[in-house]
Write a protein that binds this ligand. Sequence first.
Ligand SMILES: C[S@@+](CC[C@H](N)C(=O)[O-])C[C@H]1O[C@@H](n2cnc3c(N)ncnc32)[C@H](O)[C@@H]1O
Length: 335
Amino acid sequence: MDETEFQQNLKAFQDLSSAFFPPAIVLAAIELDLFTNLDAEPVSATTLAEKLSLDSSALKKLLIGLVSLGYLECEDLVYHNAPFASRALVRGKEDYEGDSALMSLWFMRLMGGLSETVRHGHGPESFEGAVSESAEKAHQLTHAMDQISRHYTTKLVEFIDMKGVRRILDVAGAAGSFAMALVKGYDDVKATVLELPHVAAQARKLIAQRDMQDRIQVCEGDFREVPFGENYDLIFCSNIFHLCDPQLCSILVKKAAAALNPGGRLVIKDMIPEKDAPMPQHMAMFSVLMPALSHGGKLHDEAAYTQWCIQAGFEKPERINCWERSSLLIARKPI
Ligand SMILES: C[S@@+](CC[C@H](N)C(=O)[O-])C[C@H]1O[C@@H](n2cnc3c(N)ncnc32)[C@H](O)[C@@H]1O
């Protein structure tokens, strides 16, 4: 490495080691719901601090940080939302992205303790433990998952052939957002969402708000313990295998095979590294979080899924790379 190259790398490293400042600032503002409170009318730091019971001096610094990042604008010490913040970070607006950002805040906190996670092989609380024990975390997760799913449903419905489908099981479906997207437009199709109790309670509320309660039923249960039932034509498992160890994955695939009608399909959506290819950077980054989020979870590669499916009696799964960051594997149960 010559000196010029070293200096360039040094600059890149310095930028990298402080790259957490902007997300920390913006995510704190979302957590404090500042953008919602600044949307109705521009206000000073003091007024906002009084309204939200915050420390006025610390808030002022945060607001200045948000101005420097382009999320707020300030005139005569009065702050208001910049256009993007006004559209995407105000609770209640159609394009609100704050709930999914709170998920990132959770991940950022886990990442802050990464060296401890690597030291012990697990984080302070698993994903499953957090949503099982705390109704508030479950509320956060359910809304975050619902918001994130919006970016995936259009392609999902395009790629899932619904011919012959009458009954769907969405395993660990959070708000049931994918189940709702799949049944939409097919009046004779019904879906069941299987979820942990706190999440199930939130899911029922969201489903009722969308007037889908006659089409989507929510069952409470731990997917490790409860049977999946029977007579399903499609079983959907999105973003759950990466939270499970290989043994549990194999069990879940077998449970799905037993619950499907002949000709039925298991649809898996996840980050799935391709066999014998280097892991793309976004997957390598996400995979670092796994020990903090789960017991034994990891990004399983396509060869592992194929093996579980074949062992469970499915045909070889078909892979569809319909999104940049995750893929579908569709395995059919022979007739
Ligand atoms: C990453 S989220 C995925 C949610 C949804 N499938 C999606 O893709 O939007 C994982 C989900 O698994 C649920 N979950 C985790 N462990 C579970 C278990 N043992 N039984 C049932 N659900 C579980 C969580 O409550 C959470 O909703």
